[in-house]
Write a protein that binds this ligand. Sequence first.
Ligand SMILES: [Zn+2]
Length: 250
Amino acid sequence: MSEYLPKFDFVARLDFGIGKQGEAAAERVRGKHPVEDLLYDRLVDAIIDEQMCPGQHLNEVRLAERHNVPRSRVRRVLERLRDEDMVVFELNRGAFVCRPTVQDAHDIFEIRRSLEDLAVRLACERARPADIVILRKALPQALASLSASETETGRLAVNFHLALVRICGNESLEMMVAQLIRRCVLVQSVYQKASAVLCPSREFAGIIDCIERKDADAASALMALHFDHIAANLDLDEARGTGDAAHALV
Ligand SMILES: [Zn+2]
């Protein structure tokens, strides 16, 4: 991990603004650890937006000071991210954003392909007309995003995948896929080829059509193709990962 220098100081880039008002509002919604949940959400967003890069140091003290969050809470958030394989602790060095190995990349994509295949098949069974409307609304944004920044494009793609799995109405599946998507972002951040095309959004439209027709086999085939294209954009060479690899897209 030590060879990976951070591209920039993550803490300096973000101002979470977790104030008393925000805490109170969040507490009503979220329950007993609103500050931890907010910090967690912000860190996860930073991963998806690539403001946090694999190998980047997460300074516990500075996170605590900057966001006026007790250090013990920052620690718990980092431990939660560690439990989700997003963060790793190194002895006497602190917390770092995980840098997935090639084996991790294979493992993560294998599970993700399988779970999203299940998700798209369940979506074909369970989608209501309102769900199709939601998916179609997400689609033009993704397709139009050639003019958007790569960060926006990546986030739109993530949102499309999450909207699709949400149709299943299975919270455990949704949680697992969300976690895998975040880890995929880290994988792609390290191993994406510089010349890679965007998350191939042309497949999204076809997938929605299949869900609407309740054609599970066709939807599954298109999803498999989608993952083939993503995999083709990766260069799974252990030597990669200098810390500022190409942008991640899902
Ligand atoms: Zn995708």
